[in-house]
Ligand binder design. Structure first.
Ligand SMILES: Cc1cc2nc3c(=O)[nH]c(=O)nc-3n(C[C@H](O)[C@H](O)[C@H](O)COP(=O)(O)OP(=O)(O)OC[C@H]3O[C@@H](n4cnc5c(N)ncnc54)[C@H](O)[C@@H]3O)c2cc1C
Length: 462
């Protein structure tokens, strides 16, 4: 005789066009519960691999009616690991990636399980793009719901500034559309409030002419010149046009073919850049970057935008152990540079790095309460990427990340990008949602009063 649980799962399977995976499903279940951060090892009771919005409704209703903990997986990239839960139900959107582009209107509608690579592939065919992040295997959903920034943000704003509308499955199991004119309170909250308000089954973005070829690449300096390069960079980026984004990465040099072998594995400072305009103009504008010191090597040229969007993928592949810490900055002080250099000299693994993303430009223009993403004064987001392979190194690498985070705190603005929070930072939620926290809590009360969607950087209903 079947247990009540088995009967219920049979009923779910009947109404669900996708796949329902259970712990008995062995390899397929194990593959589906793995996410980007190899430190997260959770065992859900069931995984609903949805293929339609109706499947999502069915899974949301099942979780609610059976009082199951519910997690939602977009790209499964989030460092905190909220895409998967123990014992509950995971709504896995990884099969929902369809994109439809209207090049005339410069719009794309894309499903909630798509990655940045899926979105770029669909739009770049038409020479169009919207601002996304720098690692193409990241999910569009999680990135957008937290704000989203990348190489195009100085020119075209945060990802959320380009969101036109979203289709959402609510905690009640209804499919609704959110935009400036339909459920505007929900639309406001989705643009920075994370996965707190429902499952987004599709996003509609505005697009801009980009590439398809752009000037982009890397210039690498020795760590001995890092302080003066950082100082010159600070002056340069402050005056740079919005088309130009130059980011900083400090790490041990990977074995890149354009670097002398003797440099591989040595600490270096990398200027990573993209010019979102005429490559010829970009070439002359970026010339001063080569004169900040004596570069060890460079790889800058005109290449497809979608290739540059994937340039960091090999360094950020799935499965390694990761622990991150992050601060936002309005200015880059000399004291911060000293702290950075001290900690770069004690990197606890060859994969650890300190990253400064330059935001600013168009991303600073909207008012802090125009969208739920509030940090319009952020000019740089710093991420301490603690990353390693062996569990025996957990403590050492985590300690390094936390210790540098403390050393750099006096120079930071106090806010933090919600998408860079780890799982143990619930004390930073007010810093992450900023002055918009209370309004978000009121929207949460309207759309999810019982906090069904709680596997996220959670906003409690007001
Ligand atoms: C290597 C790497 C590089 C990154 N680079 C950048 C960058 O350049 N710019 C940037 O802005 N961010 C960047 N990020 C951060 C990234 O934006 C977040 O990790 C983001 O949450 C990932 O989205 P996801 O869909 O892959 O994550 P998931 O882990 O699947 O989900 C993250 C959160 O969103 C919720 N969620 C996911 N999908 C949905 C949905 N469809 N509806 C409702 N809720 C949903 C989940 O429940 C979870 O709480 C980077 C992250 C990594 C790991």
């Amino acid at each position: 005789m079947k247990t009540l649980q088995a009967v219920k799962i049979d009923a779910l399977k009947k109404n669900h066009q996708g796949q329902i995976l259970l712990p008995d499903d062995g390899v397929a279940y194990d593959a589906a519960r793995k996410i980007w951060n190899g430190m997260v090892d959770r065992h859900p009771a069931l995984i609903a691999r949805c293929v339609t919005a109706a499947d999502v409704v069915c899974a949301v209703n099942f979780a609610r009616n059976n009082k199951l903990l519910l997690a939602v997986r977009g790209g499964g990239h989030n460092i905190a690991g909220n895409a998967v839960c123990d014992d509950g139900l995971v709504i896995d959107l990884s099969r929902m990636k369809k994109a439809s582009v209207d090049p005339g209107k410069r719009r794309v509608v894309i499903e909630g399980g798509a990655t940045l690579a899926d979105l770029d592939a669909a739009t770049q065919v038409h020479g169009l793009a919207t601002p996304l992040g720098i690692n193409s295997t990241t999910g569009v959903a999680g990135l957008t719901l937290g704000g989203g920034f990348g190489w195009l943000s100085r020119k075209y704003g945060m990802t959320v500034d380009n969101l036109e509308s979203a289709e959402v499955v609510t905690a009640e199991g209804k499919i609704i559309r959110a935009s400036d004119t339909e459920h505007p309170d929900l639309f406001w909250a989705l643009r920075g409030g994370g996965g707190n308000f429902g499952v987004v089954t599709s996003f509609e973005f505005r697009l801009h002419p980009v590439g398809p070829d752009v000037l982009s690449g890397l210039i690498v300096y020795p760590i001995s010149e890092a302080k003066s390069v950082l100082q010159k960079y600070r002056e340069f980026q402050a005056e740079a046009p919005d088309e130009l984004s130059v980011w900083i990465v400090l790490r041990q040099a990977p074995p890149l073919p354009f670097l002398p072998e003797a440099v591989h594995g040595r600490e270096v400072l990398v200027l990573a850049l993209l010019y979102a305009g005429d490559p010829k103009q970009g070439a002359s504008l970026t010339e001063p970057l080569r004169k900040f010191g004596t570069p060890l090597g460079e790889h800058v040229g005109v290449q497809p935008y979608s290739a540059w969007q994937q340039a960091f993928d090999p360094l950020l592949a799935h499965g390694a152990r990761n622990y991150w810490k992050s601060h936002n900055f309005r200015t880059l002080d000399d004291g911060l540079f000293d702290a950075v250099l001290q900690y770069v000299k004690t990197l606890p693994s060859p994969q650890c790095e300190i990253f400064f993303g330059a935001i600013g430009g168009a991303a600073t223009l909207p008012a802090p309460d125009a969208t739920a993403y509030a940090h319009r004064d952020t000019l740089y987001a710093m991420n301490v990427h603690g990353r390693w392979e062996d569990p025996a190194d957990d403590e050492r690498c985590i300690d390094w990340a936390r210790s540098f985070f403390k050393a750099s705190a006096p120079f930071a603005s106090g806010s933090v990008y919600v998408n860079f929070l780890t799982g143990d930072e619930s004390d930073r939620l007010r810093a992450a949602y900023g002055p918009n926290y209370d309004r978000l809590a009121r929207v949460k009360r309207t759309y999810d009063p019982t906090n069904l969607f709680c596997m996220n950087q959670n906003i409690k209903p007001a």
